[in-house]
Every structure is written in structure tokens, then in C-alpha cells.
Design a protein around this ligand. Structure first.
Ligand code: NAD
Length: 446
């Protein structure tokens, strides 16, 4: 294992500059899968001066990208994309042959959960097959990098054999294989990509590691060089640990509330201990998104396959599953929601994103409806995504319209526009995120 600062990675290793680069460290890059991770990765690498082609199977997405329209909501991404398109450093296509000119390809396809919690690798396998078929046609070295989150061993035991089988070429000799997990946070994705805390390079061969080291040359952060399975575990374990912190603070926060203690003050005190640290101590109505729940489930499934009972991880999951229910219990301490109009403000799993995957809002809305409430919802960005799964609630045009229509308000996402106390008058507000303080108020853990 080698830890160096990215900006000096090559010098520290006493290695000469890469033979593969075309323009002094700049490369031709293919991004396979242009969702949250792929599009941010592509746009940022282009902004650093690389030539980027974004490849996706969805034609509408590709068309939108080429027109400078970002198919997701991510602050700063649209401006960055337009700049790269205008300067000719980025284009999108559905044609996999476009990767033939590239030196590096990044697999950024989705890895959703299966029913048993393990990750569904169908997109990874099909992308790897498509890449392998193109590797067969290439006469110069290419490096394939897995950026999707996958469980430990996937790059080495699943992706690499597919690439060898479909290309007829040998990994390490004819092409390189690496795993480079992505740590970006939705809502801050461009910033996180450009200013990472660390860069983890898992590689199956030294040349693949060198290609990635050169690509990331100039980033001023620690760079960790490990094998691919370790890189995969760094990502999964980081997410499982962050999820654990959240379930921990939620559980302790619930106890605090029952004792009349404001957990936010407790968190402040805890965070002053550098061993604890002040981040990820915000109690609330549960974590969601496309990563924490999925990666936690995936690690639980891996543990069980290894005959290790993941007692802690299972508890983290269970605490998170029931935490949104507290929103209803607290509401019911004041009113019976049956036949009442209840406003739900915030549907996205966090602010500054339109992503509603595994958001607490799903469970809260379903339970409100089951209890016979008329549900009014509003979110500045995530209503279209939420509507696909919940067409039968009332979608409001503004937060005020939503509040005015309701007998009580549940706050599920800490969007800035919900912070104004005058929005609520003397309506009952059950606050699941610590957004505001109003006259008639119930906080989830304070
Ligand atoms: P996403 O669903 O938004 O995007 C995946 C894209 O891949 C889609 O556009 C899909 O059409 C495309 N795709 C599927 N098969 C393809 C193929 N064969 N060829 C080309 N394109 C194909 O997913 P995402 O949120 O960007 O996540 C991608 C991966 O990164 C996942 O493993 C996820 O766990 C991980 N990750 C996500 C985040 C995040 O915040 N979203 C952060 C870190 C890591």
C-alpha cells in the first residue's frame, strides 16, 4: 500500500512521466455511463484539459448532454458542461466505438441492489463486454477503470475476466485494469470531484496505476495506491461507516428527545473531541440516496456470504428503516392525520439534488396515506422524480401553497427556502432535519 500526495505522486515514486499520455499528462477519456457520477467525472476531466467522450445507452440523455442540458439537477454542472462542449473537449454518443480513440475508459454505470441486498452487476457486465469487444480492435494499450461502486473482488473476479474473454487480450500485458472509487456527494459533486479528500487507486498492474496517477497529477490530496479489492472496500466501508454514524446519532437523538435534551447541543459537545469529529453528527429522519442504503445492504450480503453475521450493519439498517416513522408518531402526538391535509416539504434525500432514491419521503408519504391523510407535497427540484412513484398525492407549485393547504407540516429535506419561519405561521411543524424553529414546533431529536 502506498500513500502519497497526488500532486507529487510521480516524483515521489521516482518514476518518469507516462509513455501513454498524448499531451503532457492530458488524455483521451471515454466515460461509459453518464449518470450522476459519469457526467460529473466527464465534465470535470474535460475541464482539466482532457478530451472526453461520454457514452450512454439512453439516446435522450445523450442528446440532452450534447445540447448542454444536464438531465439531473446538480449545482454548477450545467455551466461546466456547456463550457466543455463549446471548447470542444467533451461530446456524448450512444456509439461504443467512440471509445476506440481513448486511452482510458471509466465504467460509471449503475449498480443497483437486488432483492437479497447484493449488487446487481448486469450493467457492469454488459458495459465490460462492450468495452472488451473494442479492446480486441485496439492496437495500443488501453486502461479500463471501474468507477461504479462494487463489492470487493468484483473488478478482479468479474470485470477483468469478461474483458479478457471478449477481447482475447491479456490484462496487465495488452490492457490495464484499475478501480478508482468515487466519493462525490450529490449536490456538491463538481466541488468534490475537483477538491477530493483523497484519491484511491486500486490497480491490477503497475501500468494501470501509473496511468491513473498521471491523470490525477495536480490534485493536492493524499493518493492511496492499493489493489482493486482494497479500493472497492475503501468505498463500501466508508459509506457503511457514515451510515453507522447516522443511525447512531439518530438512536441517541431519540433517547435525548425523550429525556428533554436537545441532541444538537449534545452533538456539538461530542464533536469537540477530535476522535469523534464534528461531521456526520446531525440527527434526523434517516439517510437515503442511491449509495448509503445500497452499499450497506451490499456489505451485509457480502458478510453473510463469508459466514460472518453483520450484527452492527444490520442494526444500522433497521434503525434507518424505522426512523422516518418517528415523523408520524410525533405528528400523532398532536393530531390524528385521518382526513387531515398534511404537507410534506422536501422529497429529495438531501438538499441541492433531485434524487429521491431511497429517500425517507417515500415511507412517510406511504404511511400518511395509509392513515387516511390527504397528502400535499412540495420540493424545489425532486417532484418530477417523486411523481413517477407517487402519482396520487397533490403536488404544489410552491412551499407556501403547500403549507397554506395543510393542517400540519412535515419537514423532510433541509432546503434553504424552508428556513423562513414566517412560511409556517402557527401551523404545527414536525421538523425532521433541524431546518427552522416555529411557534408550534416539534423537532425529531430535540
Ligand atoms: P445513474 O443510474 O445515475 O447512471 C448510470 C448510467 O449508466 C445511466 O445513464 C445508464 O443509462 C448508463 N448505462 C447503463 N448501462 C450502460 C452501458 N452498457 N453502456 C453505457 N451506459 C450505460 O448512476 P450513478 O448515480 O451515476 O451511479 C453510478 C455508480 O457510481 C453506482 O455504482 C453508484 O453506486 C456509484 N456512485 C454514485 C454516487 C452518487 O452520488 N450518485 C457517488 C459515488 C458512487
Amino acid at each position: 500500500m502506498l500513500l502519497v500526495r497526488a500532486a507529487h505522486a510521480i516524483n515521489i515514486n521516482n518514476q518518469s512521466p507516462m509513455p501513454f499520455s498524448i499531451r503532457g499528462g492530458l488524455m483521451r477519456i471515454a466515460i461509459i455511463g453518464t449518470g450522476y457520477v459519469g457526467l460529473v467525472t466527464g465534465a470535470c476531466f474535460a475541464d482539466l484539459g482532457n478530451d472526453v467522450v461520454c457514452i450512454d445507452v439512453i439516446e435522450d440523455k445523450v442528446r440532452a448532454i450534447n445540447e448542454g442540458k444536464v438531465p439531473i439537477y446538480e449545482p454548477g454542472l450545467e455551466g461546466l458542461l456547456r463550457k466543455q462542449l463549446a471548447e470542444g473537449r467533451l461530446r456524448a454518443t450512444t456509439d461504443m466505438d467512440a471509445m476506440l480513440g481513448a486511452e482510458v475508459s471509466f465504467l460509471c454505470v449503475g449498480t443497483p441492489s437486488r432483492k437479497d441486498g447484493s449488487l446487481d452487476l448486469k450493467y457492469v457486465r454488459s458495459a465490460a463486454r462492450a468495452v472488451g469487444e473494442r479492446l480486441a480492435l485496439m492496437d495500443r494499450r488501453h486502461t479500463v477503470v471501474v468507477k461504479s461502486t462494487v463489492m470487493p473482488g468484483t473488478t478482479r473476479d468479474v470485470v477483468l475476466p469478461i474483458l479478457e474473454r471478449t477481447s482475447g487480450h491479456r490484462s496487465g500485458k495488452d490492457f490495464g485494469v484499475a478501480m478508482n472509487p468515487e466519493f462525490l456527494k450529490e449536490g456538491m459533486a463538481v466541488h468534490d470531484f475537483m477538491h477530493p479528500d483523497r484519491i484511491v487507486i486500486g490497480a491490477e498492474d503497475d501500468d494501470a496505476a501509473k496511468v491513473l496517477s498521471e491523470l490525477y497529477l495536480g490534485f493536492d490530496c493524499p493518493m492511496l495506491r492499493v489493489d482493486t479489492a482494497t479500493a472497492e472496500m475503501v468505498k463500501v466501508a466508508s459509506n457503511a461507516f457514515l451510515a453507522t454514524r447516522i443511525s447512531f446519532v439518530n438512536e441517541v437523538g431519540n433517547v435525548c428527545k425523550s429525556l428533554g435534551i436537545d441532541f444538537r447541543k449534545v452533538a456539538e459537545g461530542m464533536g469537540l473531541d477530535p476522535r469523534v469529529g464534528r461531521y456526520f453528527l446531525r440527527a434526523g429522519c434517516g439517510f437515503g440516496g442511491s449509495c448509503f442504503p445500497k452499499d450497506l445492504k451490499g456489505l451485509i450480503a457480502v458478510s453473510k456470504r463469508q459466514n460472518i453475521r453483520p450484527l452492527l450493519l444490520e442494526a444500522v439498517q433497521r434503525v434507518n428503516q424505522v426512523q422516518p416513522d418517528r415523523m408520524l408518531s410525533l405528528l400523532e402526538q398532536h393530531i390524528d392525520p385521518h382526513g387531515k391535509n398534511i404537507a410534506v416539504l422536501g422529497l429529495a434525500f438531501k438538499p441541492d439534488t433531485d434524487d429521491v432514491r431511497e429517500a425517507s419521503s417515500h415511507r412517510v408519504v406511504l404511511r400518511l396515506r395509509k392513515k387516511g391523510a390527504n397528502v400535499f407535497v412540495y420540493d424545489p427540484k425532486a417532484m418530477d422524480n417523486f411523481r413517477r412513484e407517487h402519482p396520487d398525492v397533490t403536488y404544489c407549485r410552491t412551499a407556501r401553497e403547500c403549507v397554506d393547504a395543510s393542517d400540519a407540516v412535515l419537514l423532510l429535506t433541509e432546503w434553504k427556502e424552508f428556513e423562513d419561519p414566517s412560511l409556517y405561521g402557527d401551523k404545527l411543524v414536525v421538523d425532521g432535519r433541524g431546518v427552522v424553529r416555529t411557534k408550534n414546533y416539534e423537532g425529531i431529536c430535540w
